[in-house]
Design a binder for this molecule. Structure first.
Ligand SMILES: [Zn+2]
Length: 110
């Protein structure tokens, strides 16, 4: 996402994934963040369609996996299946975090 105030990347992957980006928890949940360069208060106003496409495909993957989970257990064992499940969730979470930063459109909130 590009900061409309300074035209630079408003945040980094690390900052987006692991910090509240300069706002309170409540504000963060509402889509607010501050620009990493000058601290301008910004708000996510929309997500580009790529993010919705990703969400839809992630949902289908999780659903398919959940439906077939039991039938895979005899073949691969519960431990392996649990590991794969965690890996899928972590992987999708990472992709989503990257996608949210990349494909969201922010505007100045002030
Ligand atoms: Zn900025």
């Amino acid at each position: 996402m590009t900061c409309p105030s300074c035209n630079k990347e408003a945040t980094t992957f690390y900052r987006h994934a692991f910090t509240l980006q300069g706002v309170s928890v409540f504000r963060s949940m509402q889509g607010y963040l501050t620009c990493q360069h000058f601290g301008t208060l910004l708000r996510v106003v929309m997500f580009k369609k790529q993010l919705w496409l990703f969400l839809a495909s992630a949902f289908i993957i999780v659903l398919l996996f959940a439906f077939n989970f039991r039938s895979y257990i005899p073949k691969y064992g519960i431990d392996n299946m649990a590991t794969i499940w965690v890996a899928i969730v972590v992987f999708l979470f990472l992709l989503f975090t990257i996608g949210m930063r990349k494909y969201s459109h922010v505007e100045k909130a002030e």
